[in-house]
Design a protein around this ligand. Structure first.
Ligand code: FES
Ligand code: FES
Length: 179
């Protein structure tokens, strides 16, 4: 993958109802609320989130599963929404960056990203934050090396990686896990 290709904006979002699309009723939970949509089950979750539901915190980068910008949590596991068909979301729990804060309080990972100034343009950050949450769900006691390995496939073209790793380490400590 040529890094210059990433984020070049060459991908277009799909129209709401492509001609001849077969639609299906798909129910799932989105940010703790039940949702039922009549959609083409082959459409990627990313496009449904962004174009049908207006949840534009989930970003379109490469559209091919390489960059991690489109990461959401599906049943608490980081998942690339550009590759996930709507039919695979049925009866699952999806969480986007818009649904991460709870009761008006930022998630410790969000807080740590702010405290460590772990961003520049911000484009990759929703995906980075959700990937980090998933990583800490799986391994609440990560070493720095484990964080680096775990975040390896989420790209940041601004080069904020060191501060992102610092933020995740500090969030792990706040969540009473890290070392
Ligand atoms: Fe790049 Fe999904 S948009 S992995
Ligand atoms: Fe700009 Fe990561 S791409 S902060």
């Amino acid at each position: 993958m040529n890094a210059a290709f990433l984020f070049c904006g060459s991908w277009r979002e799909q129209p709401l109802k492509p001609e001849n699309a077969m639609t299906d009723a798909i129910s799932f939970k989105l940010n703790d609320k039940p949702v039922r949509l009549e959609v083409d089950g082959d459409r990627p979750l990313l496009w449904v989130l962004r174009t049908d539901l207006g949840l534009t915190g989930t970003k379109l980068g490469c559209g091919e599963g390489y960059c991690g910008c489109c990461t959401v949590l599906v049943d608490k596991i980081a998942t690339r929404s550009c590759l996930l068909k709507m039919s695979d979301v049925r009866d699952k729990e999806v969480r986007t960056i818009e649904g991460l804060a709870a009761n008006g309080k930022l998630h410790p990972v969000q807080k740590a990203f702010i405290e460590h100034d772990a961003l520049q343009c911000g484009f990759c950050i929703p995906g980075q934050v959700l990937h980090a949450v998933s990583l800490l769900n799986k391994n609440p006691h990560p070493t720095r090396e484990e964080i680096i390995r775990g975040m390896n496939n989420n790209f940041c073209r601004c080069g904020a990686h060191t501060r992102i790793i610092d933020a995740i380490q500090s969030a792990a400590v706040e969540m009473k896990g890290g070392r």
